[in-house]
Design a protein around this ligand. Structure first.
Ligand code: GSH
Length: 265
């Protein structure tokens, strides 16, 4: 994908979206999915994983990705704020239910997937464990993707968690996976392949993006660097027992019907 540097994007109008360069970061991918689904054009802006990103910070106040800036409005970096922005810029096709109860349910599920303490956040904590040899071998296999992080200081500072949270992360993650699978199973019994009601909503796109942290799509559809594929793919025996088939069926359905592949990053 072609990225504009932050210092140039800062002087432009319209929608600009800072995205992590060269990797399918789930928060970045999810933000793209919202705008792509609605056919909203945006200028992709380069955010470099782990780096200081001084120009981006000077412009938006935010070092990581994604951040959406629409005209002269305040920058938005929270996943749910980005959904609301997309919905406002182009209401149709809808990603947010009109019915208040369904809307509350949708935002709640999205929060569980991508909010602080949610699935993505918690999965990132579980990724700190060392990789077993076969995954380490994959991680060490060079490819033409972006190289592994050189600056780990920023991410270590930004995403640190208390010891108690680290210890509890795996069980917390498994409980979330069970809950998502239970919701989808109930919906399947009602005849719907979606999390809420009978139509696709933002939380379905969120799960399509974040499921990569459980089971990344194959290289042809997700040409991510080996070091990151190894990290995303290794989940360990406990989480593997909670990787319910219906979660992946849902992901496949959403990509097939509502998004396009291969992923771009
Ligand atoms: N701003 C997002 C969270 C974004 C986030 O955690 N981004 C990480 C994904 S791993 C990132 O940009 N990492 C690269 C970096 O920190 O440089 C939200 O609040 O919903």
């Amino acid at each position: 994908m072609r990225y504009v540097e932050a210092r140039d994007a800062a002087t432009m109008d319209g929608l600009r979206l800072a995205l992590t360069v060269g990797v399918p970061g789930p928060w970045s991918q999810a933000a793209m999915f919202m705008f792509d689904f609605k056919g909203i054009d945006y200028v992709p802006v380069a955010q470099y994983a782990g780096e200081d990103n001084d120009d981006l910070v000077a412009w938006t106040g935010i070092r990581n990705a994604p951040t959406a800036v629409y005209n002269d409005e305040a920058p938005r970096s929270n996943a749910l704020d980005i959904v609301a922005l997309a919905e406002r810029i182009r209401p149709e096709p809808r990603l947010v239910p009109e019915d208040p109860a369904a809307r509350q349910q949708m935002y709640g599920i999205s929060w569980e997937i991508c909010g602080e303490g949610g699935f993505g956040w918690t999965r990132r904590i579980t990724m700190r464990t060392p990789l077993p040899p076969e995954y380490q071998a994959l991680a060490d296999t060079p490819d033409d993707g972006v190289p592994p992080l050189t600056n780990r200081t920023n991410m270590a500072r930004d995403y640190r968690s208390p010891d108690a949270e680290v210890a509890a992360a795996e069980a917390r993650l498994c409980a979330m996976l069970d809950y998502f699978a239970e919701l989808l199973t109930k919906q399947q019994r009602r005849g719907s392949p979606y999390f809420v009601g009978n139509a696709v909503t933002a939380c379905d796109l969120h799960w399509a993006a974040f499921s990569a942290l459980l089971d990344p799509l194959p290289h042809e559809q997700n040409p991510m660097p080996n070091w990151l594929r190894a990290r995303y793919s290794y989940i360990g025996d406990t989480i593997a027992r909670h990787k319910h088939e219906i979660l992946l069926e849902h992901r496949d359905h959403v990509f097939r019907e509502h998004l396009s592949l291969p992923l771009r990053f």
